[in-house]
Design a protein around this ligand. Structure first.
Ligand code: T5A
Length: 225
């Protein structure tokens, strides 16, 4: 990592409906409850520019968006996020939890949209500025179960599926394969967690992965922001 990092950078990945948002939130609350200086952020998003880009990417009006345009937009949002939020917060010693990061571009745009991997690697290098997570929790789930969860949420909130959520099950199978390949290629950083089951059980599995990082971090520190 190119930054003089004092904090910990944890990312959550997986296909839609795997429970990333639920589990990021549970981990954030756990860390805050234990007195750690934790923050939650997300991609695309995490900055005003990134949130504006997120709206464009989600908008079902943009069905004609080309795969490389999509890749560039995710990368642009990431560059802003790393430079405005992630890097400075890590230097201050924060524990950052991000709902998605650069692995998502490899899985979705690389394995899902078939954008050439060389281009994705190059863009990720620019966008991350060499800042990579200490730990990535990959919540693995069958796309059919994930879609049942999403349907449940849609019924509760009356929200529509966004542009990417409207993709086929086949697309999400490719994305899932991509994530599993990434975990095989980088087992020290990317830990696969079974996402089926009770949210509290999943949370416990994640805490088991986080504890060694917390031990290395030391006791909760007070950060002057
Ligand atoms: N994207 C993103 C790319 O294509 N490339 C990139 O580089 C990046 C960064 C936005 C989209 O952008 C794409 C991927 C996405 O399509 P997002 O905001 O992370 O990414 O959106 P989603 O993946 O769509 O996130 P969701 O909020 O839809 O899904 P989550 O976060 O996986 O799931 P969550 O926690 O919201 O849970 C979904 C439902 O399941 C229930 C929850 O209560 C909720 O109703 N649930 C469970 N039910 C039963 N058992 C459990 N254990 C459960 N956990 C959660």
């Amino acid at each position: 990592m190119a930054t003089s990092q004092a904090g910990i950078f944890i990312t959550f990945e997986g296909i839609e409906g795997c429970g990333k948002t639920t589990q990021s939130d549970m981990l954030y609350n756990y860390l805050i409850g234990q007195g750690y200086p934790a923050m939650f952020t997300r991609e695309p998003g995490g900055t005003p520019v990134g949130e504006a880009v997120r709206k464009i990417l989600a908008d079902t009006k943009h069905k004609d968006m080309l795969p490389i345009t999509e890749t560039l937009l995710f990368s642009a949002a990431r560059y802003q996020h790393v430079n405005q939020v992630i890097r400075p917060s890590l230097e201050e010693g924060m524990i950052i939890i991000s709902d998605r990061f650069a692995d998502a571009t490899v899985a979705y745009q690389g394995f899902g949209r078939k954008v050439p991997m060389d281009l994705i690697r190059e863009l990720n290098q620019v966008a991350t500025w060499g800042v990579w997570p200490n730990l990535t929790v990959l919540l693995d789930i069958d796309p059919v179960l994930a879609f049942e969860r999403l349907r449940g949420r849609l019924e509760q909130t009356s929200q529509d599926l966004d542009r990417i959520e409207q993709e086929t099950v086949e697309f999400f199978r490719n994305v899932r394969e991509g994530y599993l390949q990434l975990a095989t290629d980088d087992p020290a950083r990317i830990k696969t967690v079974e996402a089926a089951g009770d949210p509290d059980e999943v949370h416990q599995r994640i805490l088991d992965l986080i504890r060694p990082h917390l031990r290395a971090y030391g006791r909760p520190q007070k950060i002057n922001l």
